[in-house]
Design a protein around this ligand. Structure first.
Ligand code: SF4
Ligand code: SF4
Length: 463
């Protein structure tokens, strides 16, 4: 009597097994990430989903082995379900955005800005002559006022013996390596478009900056300091400022005067302050090094910068301008802080990039809803001074920040403000695919897992 041959397992069964395995791996990645980030809601939801999904996976395998799930309908579901799912996932990688590209990059064609047109410039003028020299004061000045650095560090003597340049691309790599060694995680070079040089500084002095190149340096604000729930008592911190600075800020800032900041909180604040001055310090050091090679170089950072830093960072290919007025970078999201060195040293320039992050902003308005004073616009970008972009209300933001310096809501709420974990790298990569379905799935997941939950979402906020 002939023995019946065991039925060969069809390809689509193996394929569904593989898909199920990958799906559970993805869920496990979600689970471990939400655990690492202490996202309670996300952890519970993904935990239960994983348990349910694993149970179903094992149940289906057992059913198949017991010769169930072998009927015509089950086979059709496996075959066409597997193919359909694969096509859908493949589609998520393909650029598909019905919203017109915002095309935000551009050049200021109309006129150069006077730095006194920036919100809060009067504060810098008042700060003139206040020059205590301890580190924390320096740091406060660097972040808030830039006074000391502006006077003593940004520029300096140039070595009369100019270094011979044999190969500009080798020199460019060398300069970028130097910048990276000075803690700049992002480095880009662009031509210095005079449209991005201010006409005058905060005191009304004319700015003359004939340098041809701008080296843009970006450092990362640690996620722990920018995450939505970081409870830094910045207002109280004002009470521990050096008297001279506190006096300047006092008439602008409602200070409690009685609160005592716990030492560990104070350390966190100082760390943040140091971070903000770190980029400036890197620029100062790099400019000094370039001058030692016999070329002109000047450092620009903080509010005393003679150039518009964000447009230069964009031209240097470090990221794209987001709805919140910050540069969205692939590596640090909106957390990068930039400084610039302008120079006449010949260098190879970088090109602006189209990462798709800007297009993501057309679907996402989280920062606009999170901003407590509605300084971040909803809706489509508008043209301002020859450039189509989302224009944040700088004065409104500045006025609010004087009383609430911890407000980082437009950073904390941003889906690109994430720690450097595998899941987030994958999500950012997917966002760069510029697919409206992908973007909306990412946004849903972001809200679902509890990221960027700065305050209750207000979808009915008036425009
Ligand atoms: S810092 Fe605060 S007030 Fe200013 S734009 Fe961002 S969210 Fe709005
Ligand atoms: S929160 Fe959303 S809209 Fe705002 S900058 Fe980030 S991605 Fe763009």
């Amino acid at each position: 009597m002939a023995m019946s041959q065991p039925e060969k397992t069809p390809w689509y069964v193996w394929y569904c097994l593989l898909l199920g395995f990958l799906w559970n791996c993805l869920l496990f990645l979600f689970l471990s990430t939400t655990f690492a980030e202490k996202l309670k809601t996300g952890f519970v939801i993904t935990g239960w989903t994983l348990i349910f999904s694993l149970a179903l996976y094992i149940y289906c395998i057992r059913c198949y082995r017991k010769n169930r799930l072998r009927g015509k309908a089950a086979r059709a579901v496996m075959r066409w379900g597997g193919i359909g799912l694969t096509l859908f996932v493949a589609f998520l990688f393909i650029p598909f955005n019905l919203n017109p590209s915002p095309a935000l990059s551009g050049r200021n064609h109309l006129r150069r800005l006077d730095s006194r047109e920036q919100a809060g410039s009067s504060l810098y003028v008042q700060a003139e002559g206040v020059l205590p020299d301890d580190e924390i004061t320096l740091t406060i000045f660097d972040i808030c006022l830039g006074g000391i650095s502006n006077k003593t560090r940004r520029d300096g003597p140039i070595n009369p013996e100019k270094m011979d340049i044999k190969d500009i691309s080798v020199l460019t790599s060398y300069i970028k390596n130097q910048a990276a060694g000075l803690k700049a995680g992002l480095v880009g070079i662009t031509r210095l478009d005079q449209a991005h040089v201010f006409t005058a500084n905060h005191k009304g002095q004319t700015i003359n900056l004939p340098h041809e190149y701008a080296i843009v340096l970006g450092v990362d604000l640690p996620y722990q300091l920018a995450l939505p729930s970081a409870p830094l008592p910045w207002r109280e911190f004002y009470t521990s400022l050096p008297e001279e600075i506190a006096a300047i800020l006092a008439d602008k800032t409602p200070m409690s005067g009685t609160d005592v900041v716990p030492p560990e909180e104070l350390e966190k604040i100082k760390e943040t302050m140091r971070f903000f001055s770190e980029g400036g310090r890197s620029a100062v050091e790099l400019a000094r090094h370039i001058r030692s090679l016999g070329y002109e170089a000047r450092a620009h950072y903080s509010r005393w910068s003679e150039v518009q830093i964000i447009p230069l960072a964009q031209s240097a290919g470090l990221g794209e301008l987001g709805r919140n007025g910050l540069l969205l970078t692939q590596k640090y999201g909106p957390r990068a802080s930039f400084s610039v060195v302008t120079t006449n040293m010949p260098l190879v320039v970088d090109k602006p990039v189209d990462l798709g992050l800007q297009a993501f902003c057309t679907s996402c308005e989280k920062c606009a809803y999170a901003c407590p004073v509605k300084a971040v616009p909803l809706g489509a970008p508008k043209e301002e001074r020859g450039v189509v972009k989302w224009v944040t209300d700088g004065q409104r933001c500045f006025d609010y920040l004087l009383g609430n310096p911890k407000c980082l809501a437009c950073i904390g709420s941003c889906p690109f403000n994430k720690p450097d974990l595998l899941l987030h790298r994958v999500a950012t990569y997917m966002a760069t695919r510029n697919n409206i379905i992908t973007n909306n799935i990412l946004l849903l997941l972001d809200n679902f897992l509890g990221y960027g939950d700065m305050q209750p979402y207000q979808p009915d906020r008036p425009a």
